[in-house]
Design a protein around this ligand. Structure first.
Ligand SMILES: Nc1ncnc2c1ncn2[C@@H]1O[C@H](COP(=O)(O)OP(=O)(O)OP(=O)(O)O)[C@@H](O)[C@H]1O
Ligand SMILES: [Mg+2]
Length: 348
């Protein structure tokens, strides 16, 4: 029996030594008792150096120390903690890294004697994510700038010319002298109708590209304007509600929330077959919550948002990306035959 146990201990030792994840054990004071090769690689220290070092020498920032204290407190109290969790740490030489780790108490004879941890270096992944976020942010900004420029050009340059043509045609056709031959007059009137139609289209287009109302009157007015259009043009009774004390939001937050609502309402009108929709903007202590709800047919949510983007459906994925740009969180809840709710929660 003893031999068997020793054998299994040897096996565990082998697993410990050669695991690709970093593993280490420290006592209640944080002094490291043991660590594997991957732990040495993660920290940049040799294994000999590591033994006896205190775990706090890797945790420099106030935030990482706070996290460590919280984890310790909860594990000792027997509470659940969210695992794995992220922790920033300092490698040998002073560079900062991020690890994803899981921790548990070491219990001997019914008493907690220390803690053991498993961790993976996710520094590069985090950096990549951050770069990606920055990249998306730059693209989104460039896109919005471009839309604004085009919208302004249409509104300020194209529309006035069309208006002038309409006025001139009006002047010609309404003037009794010289009296125009009927076929000629009819042709001018036809031109009038066409140019008026074109002006309408240009104005619509300019508004869609960048509703001026959001810059002039703010998010709530812009949402109300959009809801009115949806109600009028698609016969979906769409309401806007504002809850809590309205606060001024930074321009970027305003715009991104508006774009999310726009995309969500596009989905409502294209897919939901709903008769009602409601856009709610709720201001709360330090956060704003935007909700777009419909009473339509609902749909089956994909496992991952990326699955949709992979087949060219970019609406929901785009909403999620926009939410992340303002450090917000997007959640979608949909129930067959009941409807769909899209919620974005963002810090102010
Ligand atoms: N409010 C909704 N009600 C019912 N189904 C919805 C709703 N919103 C989204 N869906 C479903 O989810 C799918 C994905 O939506 P998403 O906005 O990502 O793509 P899309 O609208 O099909 O295309 P895109 O937005 O890129 O033009 C839709 O095709 C539709 O089946
Ligand atoms: Mg869509």
């Amino acid at each position: 029996m003893k031999n068997k146990l020793e054998l299994s201990e040897q096996n565990y030792r082998y697993l410990f030594e050669n695991a690709s994840d970093a593993m280490w054990v420290h006592d209640l004071k944080g002094n490291i008792l043991d660590g594997n090769k991957a732990f040495a690689k993660l920290t940049g220290h040799t294994r000999e150096e590591l033994i006896g070092m205190n775990i706090l020498s890797f945790l420099i920032s106030e935030k990482s120390r706070y996290t460590a204290r919280e984890v310790r407190r909860r594990l000792l109290a027997g509470e659940e903690i969210e695992q794995p969790y992220e922790q920033r740490f300092i490698k040998k030489g002073g560079t900062e890294g991020v690890m994803q780790m899981a921790s548990s108490p070491v219990v001997i004879d019914g008493e907690v004697r220390g803690f053991q941890h498993v961790a993976r270096d996710v520094t590069e992944e985090k950096q990549l994510q951050e770069n990606m976020r920055f990249y998306v942010q730059q693209i989104t900004r460039a896109q919005e700038d471009e839309r604004k420029r085009m919208s302004r050009e249409l509104h300020d340059e194209v529309a006035p010319h069309l208006l002038l043509v309409i006025q001139r045609l009006d002047a010609i056709t309404s003037n009794p002298r010289p009296r125009l031959p009927e076929p000629f007059k009819a042709r001018l009137e036809d031109l009038h109708t066409r140019v008026t139609g074109a002006l309408e289209t240009v104005r619509h287009f300019a508004q869609d590209l960048r509703p001026r109302i959001i810059d002039d009157l703010g998010l709530v007015a812009a949402l109300e304007w959009m809801a009115e259009n949806v109600s009028k043009d698609y016969a979906i009774d769409t309401q806007v509600k504002v809850l809590g004390q309205e606060q001024t939001l930074p321009d970027e937050v305003k715009l991104l929330l508006f774009r999310i609502a726009q995309e969500a309402l596009n989905n409502v009108r294209r897919h939901a077959a709903a008769s009602k929709a409601c856009v709610t903007l709720e201001f709360d202590e330090g956060r704003v919550v935007l909700t777009i709800r419909d009473n339509g047919k609902g749909f089956e949510l994909p496992q991952r948002m990326g699955d949709l983007a992979g087949i060219g459906k970019l609406g929901l994925a785009g909403m999620q990306e926009r939410a992340q740009l303002i450090r917000g969180k997007l959640t979608i809840h949909s129930e067959m035959g009941i409807g769909t709710t899209v919620t974005v929660e963002a810090p102010i």
